[in-house]
Design a protein around this ligand. Structure first.
Ligand code: KG4
Length: 337
């Protein structure tokens, strides 16, 4: 089954074609980073308008690259920026209606996990998955392709958001996760102390707002004292390394504890923060060949992962009516229609 999928939940417009959930035929991704960098974060209105401008062109490119017939259409229906989601979902509806094809709604988090099915054709649930991105950080049991159970995650900021906000405080631009991790590579991660949050009674939950606040207070205090020369008093690479370590300590410890306690042989790491090499190395060190990490181009937001998950949703009979809505938030355990 060849599925044409659309992903527009945040600031990447993406259109892909995937065969039987595993074989990648086309994956067009257009990042809006440059547009949002001006504002230091994603502007929802600009994101939605930019998806609208790009989506038809990317669809033509994806269909030409795939060069095959299409059997079903899929779109991310939740969670995400509501205006942005509506562009992809409604474009998918229009395409499905015009061609007389079924429409499959996909939960964005389930899609992130399905990136691993494309990367490793033999990988199957049950597995434990961590989706660690700019908007979400959550750990889920994937009992079968369409049965999810939440295990834990952040109570507030996502890990990628903590990277981005930290990078912004250090003047590294937006989105700054990659820049912060590059700077951190030159530093000593034991030089500064940042807190790692523990939640009473919730061993797999964490929080990143505290670590961000500590960095903000350090930088603001230095700016009040030294103005433009605020950075002179810091070893900036070590500050970045110590900040990164606090975020990664929480992620690695919680995920490994969950994997061991729940007895999972397969653990999937997905989402944009999976591009962080230190995170990947630490998980490989702790979990050995139990950890599965898709390549970076499948970890960031993309429609290929949506097409992959859509295939398994379709095997479960998940087809949407034309009245299907998009949702800014939606429980990953529940069916979208
Ligand atoms: O999944 P994704 O592409 O989409 C959103 O959720 O928006 O994730 C993007 C996130 C951003 O927060 C970005 O800063 C972060 O992934 N990121 C990184 C690295 N590369 C990207 N965070 C830490 N280290 C990296 N090397």
């Amino acid at each position: 089954m060849n599925i044409l999928a659309f992903e527009t939940s945040c600031d990447e417009t993406s259109v892909a074609v995937v065969r039987d959930g595993r074989e990648l035929l086309a994956n067009e991704v257009l990042s809006q980073n440059d547009l949002h960098a001006l504002y230091g974060g994603v502007v929802p209105e600009i994101a939605a308008r930019s998806h609208l401008e790009a989506i038809a062109r990317l669809t033509d490119k994806a269909l030409a690259a795939a060069g095959c017939g299409i059997d079903a259409v899929a779109a991310t229906a939740a969670p995400g920026l509501i205006g942005a989601l509506l562009v992809g979902l409604n474009f998918a509806k229009g395409y499905a209606l015009a061609k007389g094809l079924p429409l499959i709604p996909v939960h964005h988090m389930r899609g992130h996990v399905a990136a691993a099915y494309i990367a490793e054709p033999d990988l199957k649930p049950p597995l434990l998955a961590a989706v660690v991105s700019g908007g979400n950080t959550l750990f889920m049991e994937v009992l079968d392709y369409t049965t999810y159970r939440m295990v834990g995650g952040t109570r507030d900021d996502a890990a990628g958001e903590a990277f981005d906000k930290g990078a912004r405080l250090l003047g590294l631009g937006y989105p700054g996760g990659a820049a912060l991790s590059r700077l951190a590579a030159e530093g000593d991660d034991t030089r500064y102390k940042f807190p790692v949050a523990e939640m009473e009674g919730a061993p797999y939950d964490t929080s990143f707002s505290g670590v961000k606040t500590v960095l903000r207070n350090l930088v603001h205090h230095a700016k009040q004292l030294y103005g433009d020369d605020w950075a002179d008093g810091f070893d900036l690479p070590s500050l970045a390394a110590s900040y990164q370590k606090a975020i990664l300590d929480a992620l690695v410890d919680k995920l490994c504890a969950a994997a061991n306690a729940l007895g999972y042989d397969a653990v999937v790491l997905a989402g944009g923060v999976a591009a962080n090499r230190v995170l990947c190395a630490r998980l490989r060190e702790r979990l050995g060949n139990r950890i599965h990490i898709p390549p970076v181009y499948l970890c960031g937001d993309n429609a290929a992962m949506i097409a992959a998950q859509a295939y398994y949703e379709s095997l479960d009979g998940v087809f949407a009516p034309m009245s299907q809505n998009a949702y800014a938030t939606f429980d990953v355990e529940k069916a979208l229609c």
